[in-house]
Design a protein around this ligand. Structure first.
Ligand code: GDP
Length: 305
């Protein structure tokens, strides 16, 4: 967890500074402290909706107990944050060691270019493989030639096979080939990369829907997981991307990348709550091992200790 603690250092010091300024000179929590707290959370990229949720719950506690000290406030904020973070469902386990509920277990990965989608697929492939599972990658981002090249590099790094076609091929055809080969070879996990062009929302929606439809005919319920990759360091931009993608496809889990060195780690809290989607993995560096299964207790601890 050292990487997580180091990675969240900027978020932690930013949030702490703001929280201590919010309660400066006060012994008990009053209207003014709550106003300051609200501002501290919003400017830490927690998001407006989630901040309002947190403040509302703390207000209710203050109304009940009348006398809440500013010392107790930190514990309250911590509890509220932990309770807002969602847990992964058993049918879509985040743990790489857990038995997979489907064979093959098909995961479609979506997200805008540059957020760390390819890197995350490579890291996830590596983790599944290290847990003794056979993995097959599908290069269904056929729009950018560089996307396939990058994925090939990651397939070599993680030492897992990849299915690809020519530049400009039908992404659904690549997905079909990948799942067909996974079934034939008895692969445990299929990771499908997809194109990340947001400028054409209808086109994106059609493309993702077609890929899903094709795979569902091959393996019941596929894709069993749709992971949306977001760059945590882009703050509110990540929220806008989540809006667009959740409208285009049923996103079942989030991967938040580049948590190393950003002061915008508060986004993890807001985005999970706002879209009611669990954060499954977090990226804390560029290397193959720099991916962690999201652990809410460890995250909250890294933020507050
Ligand atoms: P894609 O276009 O979404 O597939 O993005 P890439 O996977 O090619 O990543 C874009 C850049 O972000 C590359 O330089 C990666 O090394 C970098 N990157 C990806 N994940 C992380 C992360 O968790 N931390 C850091 N610091 N860099 C990352």
């Amino acid at each position: 967890q050292d990487k997580l603690e180091d990675g969240l250092e900027k978020t932690r010091s930013g949030l702490f500074g703001k929280l201590s300024r919010a309660v400066a000179g006060k012994d008990t929590v009053d209207e003014e402290v709550l106003d300051n707290l609200e501002e501290a959370l919003v400017t830490s990229d927690v998001g407006v909706k989630t901040t309002v949720d947190i403040i509302g719950r703390i207000e209710a506690r203050v109304a009940e107990d009348k006398y809440v000290t500013t010392k107790e406030l930190q514990g309250l904020i911590r509890d509220e944050i932990a309770s807002l973070l969602l847990e992964s469902k058993p049918e879509r386990p985040a743990s790489f060691e857990a038995p997979l509920p489907n064979s093959p277990h098909v995961v479609m990965v979506v997200g805008v270019n540059g957020v760390g989608k390819t890197t995350s697929i490579g890291k996830i492939a590596h983790r599944y493989k290290a847990a003794g599972k056979s993995v097959l990658l599908g290069a269904a981002d056929t729009f950018r030639a560089a996307a396939t090249e990058q994925l090939v590099i990651w397939s070599e790094r993680a030492d897992v096979p990849i299915v690809k076609q020519y530049h400009g091929a039908d992404p659904a055809a690549v997905a079909y080939d990948t799942v067909a080969r996974a079934k034939a070879s008895g692969a445990d996990v299929v990771l499908i990369d997809t194109a990340g062009r947001l400028h054409n929302q209808i086109g994106l929606m059609n493309e993702l829907t077609k890929i899903k439809r094709v795979m569902d005919k091959q393996v019941d319920g596929a894709p069993h997981e749709v992971l949306l990759v977001l760059d945590a360091s882009t703050g509110q931009n990540a929220i806008r991307q989540a809006e667009a993608f959740t409208q285009a496809v049923d996103v079942t889990g989030l991967v938040l990348t580049k948590l190393d060195g950003t002061a915008k780690g508060g986004i993890v809290i807001g985005i999970s709550n706002e879209f009611q989607i669990p954060v499954k993995y977090i990226g804390v560096g560029e290397g193959m091992r720099d991916l962690q299964v999201f652990d809410r207790a460890a995250f909250v601890q890294a933020l507050f200790e």
